[in-house]
Design a protein. Sequence first.
Length: 163
Amino acid sequence: MINNVSLTGRLTRDIDLRYTQSGTAVGTFTLAVDRQYKRDGEPTADFINCVIWRKSAENLANFTHKGSLVGVEGHIQTRTYDNNQGQRVYVTEVVVENFALLESKNAQAAPDTTNQPQTAPQQTGGSSYMQQPKPAQTSPQTSNDPFASNGKQLDISDDDLPF
């Protein structure tokens, strides 16, 4: 038997990060996942409830925000509980085991038009994506490698690190 889910979508809100009484982090969020077909000419999406645990929950909450494009892998879980009115509530959600941030930090922030070339969204299979500019070709003598120190100390802030 297989219970495996892979989704790519955008967060509908910031991660709701909480802690259990034992101190275990748990994050809940909803992922908007586009469908490949359109209803009445309009794109449609499914809104999938997800839950993520422990350090992964803290990392996802720290490095994403509403609208972030993420990929998640996990399994579907169905659970029940009784609410304050004594009614039984059924919940189906994806328990996230792995995630991937699918946009750079610069792409998530407000666009800065002073130094970045503008690109137009391209349509493919009902989904849109931003076309990335092709890197400039350089000769071996002149390197545009941002990680080449050339004897200088690199200035990297903690905000630029993915962990």
